[in-house]
Design a binder for this molecule. Structure first.
Ligand code: DUC
Ligand code: ZN
Ligand code: ZN
Length: 467
């Protein structure tokens, strides 16, 4: 039994001074300050001056993803350990079915990678790289038997993960019937491929051309098309992943104003980083920030609009899309051809801090911080109330956050398996102090006390947000 005393508990409805009693792996009770059991034969954690928040839920990660001719550089071991350091106590990773593969085989392969290797709890979405009669049937099986209730489709990457509109519609109709969520990579891939080819023919090979060949219009168009297709599928639940651009956000906001089952996430990189300042860094340096959707221009209103979208709930969730690649030998695959740079940024360790900086900067309330990084992802993907909240009966995944301490991000101190940081030198006016996963303190006093294998697979139910 552990009593967390003297802190301020933050939930989606606000902040309350409270003590939290943990018994075994779960929260047992939340008390008014000092009303809990008298000190005795149990451990007490002094949370004076700290925020006590639910362990964060990162609903979008890619450990060991085979992509761009290589593999994402974090394993489930290194990636979930880094997540733990940063206050994330649950990840939802993407198992992969490629065209021609059996969905259940792809899922088994992902269980094989993760089983026994995770430091924090984990769940899976399923990428469908081939929508056909078999994979549509498998969607039902995954929902009913496997605790996998969300499926990612790609409107980008023809020949790799791409689904055409007919395939998308069929998967959406299936999701409408079985209650699953369709997660959409909304970029017009065939049009992007034309722009990429033309750019390379002109000799435009630097990383910034990754962004210039994936213009906002092609994200907005695909977002709008996905929303229309979901409407044709009787308002199938639709979640737009890694939304980066103002005009894409406008499409989501308009659909939500009509009461549609349309949701979206953004990622820290789109809230802070830009096409010019990072992707356009001199020489090949910009490769560190090649991700899709791409970073957007600082001359637009993208970043301000995304922060506003988080406040208005047109953006419900902040995930990382953690897809790390080392610079050496991995990003370098694209020297002389930006289209061969593996797409992805690693941030699984930094999302709690980066979004807390939004609180410090007056862009988010404390409650909205917790909601977007923990409570809503848990509710969106069927993990609530086990995850995402500090309440009696929920898993004791708890973070003590110290608003008086500071974090400086960089490759020397991070725990992700990357030889660089997309966030090098970023300073946060706050710090993850203590992290508990299912009742076990895994980070405290600047030291790591967790273990590979502590993290368990969590079966998910359907989204809380559907009507
Ligand atoms: N989409 C993702 O969600 N992650 C990595 C690359 C991509 O295109
Ligand atoms: Zn994607
Ligand atoms: Zn992703």
């Amino acid at each position: 039994m552990i009593l967390i005393k003297g802190g301020t508990v933050i939930g989606p409805t606000g902040a309350i001074p409270a003590d939290v009693l943990v018994v075994g792996e779960q929260v047992s009770a939340v008390f008014a300050p000092g009303q809990g059991p008298a000190e005795g034969d149990f451990e007490t954690i002094d949370a004076t001056g700290k925020y006590v928040i639910p362990g964060a839920v990162d609903a979008h990660t890619h450990m060991e993803l085979p992509f761009g001719g290589t593999f994402a550089s974090d394993t489930f071991d290194t990636g979930t350990r880094a997540a733990a350091w940063g206050g994330t106590t649950t990840i939802i990773d993407f198992a992969v079915q490629r065209t021609g593969e059996v969905v259940q085989d792809g899922l088994a392969a992902w269980h094989g990678k993760a089983d026994g290797n995770c430091h924090v709890d984990y769940a899976f979405h399923m990428i469908l790289g081939g929508v056909d009669d078999e994979s549509l049937k498998a969607m039902d099986t995954l929902v009913t038997d496997e605790g996998i209730t969300s499926f990612k489709l790609f409107m980008a990457y023809p020949g790799v993960f791409y689904s055409d509109d007919g395939q998308i519609l069929r998967a959406m109709q299936k999701a409408r019937d079985n209650g699953a969520m369709i997660m959409m990579h909304a970029e017009n891939g065939p049009a992007i491929d034309v722009l990429v080819k033309q750019a390379l023919e002109r000799g435009e090979t630097d990383p910034i051309h990754h962004g210039l060949t994936r213009p906002e219009a092609l994200e907005a168009e695909a977002t709008s098309r996905a929303i229309w297709l979901a409407g044709v599928a009787a308002d199938c639940p639709l979640y737009i992943v890694h939304l980066s651009a103002s005009k894409a956000l406008e499409q989501v906001a308009a659909a939500r104003d009509l009461g549609r089952n349309v949701f979206a996430e953004t990622c820290p990189q789109y809230l802070y980083l830009t096409l010019e300042d990072q992707l356009g860094a001199p020489g090949f340096e910009g490769a560190k920030w090649v991700c899709s959707t791409p970073l957007r221009s600082k001359h637009g209103t993208h970043r301000a609009d995304l922060w506003q979208g988080l406040r208005t709930n047109d953006l419900s969730v902040v995930s990382t899309d953690h897809c790390p690649f080392c610079f050496k030998d991995q990003k370098e695959l694209g020297v002389g051809d930006f289209s061969k740079i593996p797409n992805g940024i690693g941030s699984v360790e930094h999302r709690v801090d980066l979004l807390y900086q939004g609180v410090v900067d007056g862009k988010l309330s404390l409650a909205r911080w917790v909601e977007t990084i923990a409570t809503t992802p848990a509710r969106m993907f069927g993990l609530y109330p086990r995850k995402g909240i500090i309440a009696p009966g929920s898993d004791a995944d708890i973070v003590l956050y110290d608003p008086a301490a500071r974090t400086r991000i960089g490759v020397e101190t991070h725990h992700m398996n990357m030889d660089h940081s997309a966030w090098e030198g970023y300073e946060i006016a706050g710090k993850v102090d203590t992290v508990m996963s299912r009742g076990r303190v895994i980070v405290s006093g600047g030291a790591y006390h967790g273990a590979k294998g502590h993290g368990q697979f969590v079966r998910r139910g359907l989204s809380d947000y559907l009507i």
